[in-house]
Design a protein around this ligand. Structure first.
Ligand code: SAM
Ligand code: SF4
Length: 338
């Protein structure tokens, strides 16, 4: 009787955290210029440096073989990459065969065009970023007048049967006053919403400190208005949830600054150039593109991934503690996809 081939070992870091969630950035490019995310004159990577569709697919399959059950495609804006939907279709075929969930994070501008294709490929849930429903404020925040397309995209996703979760970066003096309305609207539409604290990643024109809004204060304000009940629900990410009795919906909080969530980290991120970042808040990375393009990619990827597991830090070191401080990291969120 032949001996079955050994199963590839799961990915476990040195703090015994099992890595089951890959966030894969398919492009660093974007059609918006959210002021907290990137400068207007953002320098994008030369296309030759970006992984091909085949390379992205192979990388994703390698992670799935090593125990990643959840895969989130992100960017930059994933839906601006022309061959993106082919990748989604190819990865959709792994659902039920190692992969449990295939999802993406999008700004929604091109969602109306792709919602049905995404659903047909097996995507069930998507995250759409929406910081405001006020068209003038949207244009101020995203530096593009694209709110109508985004709202159309959200409606198209719902019509295609996708579960939509909205992500909203909480910004003092900008969308701060609108947060209750945004939550009530989202819940009225049947969408959950998660609030995010702005993180000091990459140079932008303004000072993020000016608009940093700690979510503990937002939560206190919302609790004065509505009945919030802490929920045990988890989405596999860092958000912590409350149920709101009056709106009948769920509200998430992602609090990298005011509430560290690193203990249960199950994630790694790969950029569009194949750099594996072990932590959103750290500089540490391992070059998977070099491994992919070596003469023995399988062996080289195994070595690179083992190194990454040995180097994943225990926690991030973000702070936004004073005006004028430089970003904690030079890398923009659009490289690692949030
Ligand atoms: N373009 C897509 C989008 O906007 O959904 C996907 C990539 S974007 C980098 C992912 C998420 O990161 C978005 O929800 C965005 O609001 C958030 N984000 C970007 N820069 C951020 C920052 N400096 N701090 C906190 N969140 C940020
Ligand atoms: Fe683009 Fe998303 Fe960054 Fe906005 S947050 S500029 S949509 S990558």
């Amino acid at each position: 009787m032949s001996t079955p081939a050994p199963l590839p070992a799961p990915l476990v870091d040195r703090f015994a955290r099992r890595i089951t969630y890959l966030r894969l950035s398919v492009t660093d490019r974007c059609d918006l210029r959210c002021a907290y995310c990137m400068p207007e004159r953002m320098e994008f990577l030369p296309r030759a440096e970006v992984l091909t569709l085949e390379e992205l697919h192979r990388l994703a399959l390698t992670f799935i073989a090593r125990g990643a059950t959840k895969l989130r495609l992100t960017g930059g804006e994933p839906l601006v990459r022309r061959d993106m939907i082919e990748l989604v279709r190819a990865l959709g075929r792994k659902l039920g065969d190692g992969l449990e969930e295939l999802t993406l994070t999008t700004n929604g501008t091109r969602l109306a065009e792709f919602a049905e294709d995404l659903a047909a490929a097996g995507v069930r849930r998507i995250n759409v970023s929406l910081d405001t429903r006020d068209r003038a404020l949207f244009e101020q925040l995203a530096r593009r007048d694209s709110l109508p397309q985004v709202l159309e995209g959200i409606a198209a996703a719902k019509a295609a049967g996708l579960r939509v979760k909205l992500n909203t970066v909480a910004l003092k003096g900008l969308n701060e006053a609108e947060i209750p309305d945004l939550v009530a609207w989202a819940h009225g539409q049947g969408h959950d919403l998660t609030l995010i604290e702005v993180m000091p990643l990459g140079e932008v024109e303004g000072d993020r400190f000016d608009h940093y809004l700690p979510l503990d204060s937002v939560r206190r304000d919302l609790a004065a208005r509505w009945t919030l009940t802490a929920s045990e629900a988890r989405s596999g990410g860092p958000a912590r949830y409350v149920d709101i009795a009056e709106t009948g919906g769920r509200l998430g909080f992602i609090t990298p600054l005011t509430g560290n969530f690193c203990d249960g980290c199950n994630r790694v991120r790969v950029t569009a150039t194949g750099q594996l970042f072990m932590c959103l808040g750290g500089e540490g990375k391992v070059d998977l593109r070099a491994a992919l393009r070596s003469h023995d990619p399988d062996a080289a990827l195994a070595v690179a991934m083992a190194r990454a597991m040995g180097e994943k830090p225990e926690r991030h070191g973000f702070v936004i503690d004073r005006p004028g401080a430089p970003p904690a990291l030079s890398r923009h969120m659009s490289m690692t996809g949030g």
